[in-house]
Design a protein around this ligand. Structure first.
Ligand code: ATP
Ligand code: MG
Length: 256
């Protein structure tokens, strides 16, 4: 059975996509059969996995609307070693079109059931909103990974996300849990980073992952080559941190 995780935070630019593609590549490098689902109309995880979003025969959009299945829409990220259910701008329309459908928040869950036995991990890259798309991600998942920057406003908005997760848990998906908070773009030279990091540990205890992802330019450069940082430059500090994170996830799922 596949373990399904959403990478979510309604704040923009906090490192969701970087986390999703690098965790996928890190898991694949350790022999885990992994599917990345791009649920963001920006299609950044698609492009960052080396799949051209301008040239898709089918995407997650058709899958959500029941016009294609996962097996026909997915593609292989050859270099990075995982599969991608890609997205592009078309997906923005799904928000409106889903409104008319039955069980509209469960469309992704139903579609993924058909490939469940083929994967160890399914990772869902969510858009920066608490929209119907994110709701589909949360309804399909066993858990949520929340990437956070250790800066002054980091905790602002976290309660909205936590409340949404609680609501989904109570009414739509009793399996859903917060798996953990991941500190990303971490700069150990900044006192503020250290302080916020400490606050997170005090507040959330072992819900804070041990792996800490540093700010590292190789991670930011990799998408322009259509590769996750873990594949582009495995020796870089950023890649090494994501490989540690992948190992931590493999350990963590044994306890959930
Ligand atoms: P959005 O909300 O728009 O989907 P996001 O949360 O997915 O954004 P990313 O796209 O992963 O965030 O990251 C935002 C920017 O920060 C990107 O340019 C990315 O390359 C860069 N970035 C992410 N993580 C790191 C890191 N650890 N070190 C350096 N740059 C990073
Ligand atoms: Mg993103």
């Amino acid at each position: 059975m596949a373990r399904i995780f959403c990478v979510a935070n309604q704040k923009g630019g906090v490192g969701k996509t970087t986390t999703t593609v690098n965790l996928a590549a890190g898991l694949a490098a350790q022999g885990q059969r992994t599917l990345l689902v791009d649920l963001d109309p920006q299609g950044n995880a698609t492009m960052g996995s080396g799949v051209d979003k301008r040239d898709l025969k089918a995407s997650v959009y058709q899958v959500l609307l029941g016009l294609a299945n996962v097996e026909s829409a997915r593609q292989k990220s050859e270099a990075a070693g995982y599969d991608v259910l890609p997205a592009n701008r078309e997906l923005a329309g799904a928000e409106v079109e889903l409104v008319e459908m039955d069980e509209r928040e469960k469309r992704l869950k139903e579609a993924l059931a058909a490939v469940d036995a083929q994967y160890d991990f399914v990772l869902i890259d969510c858009p920066p909103s608490l929209s119907m798309l994110t709701l589909n991600g949360l309804c399909a998942a066993h858990g949520v990974i929340i990437p956070m920057q250790c800066e002054y406003f980091a905790l602002e908005g976290l309660s909205d996300l936590v409340n949404t997760i609680k609501r989904v848990h109570a009414h739509m998906n009793p399996d859903l849990k917060i798996i953990g908070l991941l500190r990303v773009m971490f700069d150990p030279r900044m006192t503020l980073s250290q302080q916020v990091s400490q606050q997170l540990e005090d507040h959330f205890g072992d819900k804070v992952f041990k792996a800490v992802i540093p700010r590292n330019v190789r991670l930011a450069e990799a998408p322009s080559y259509g590769l996750p940082g873990v594949t582009f430059d495995p020796a870089s500090r950023g890649a090494q941190a994501y490989i540690d994170f992948a190992r931590e996830m493999i350990e963590r799922i044994k306890t959930i």
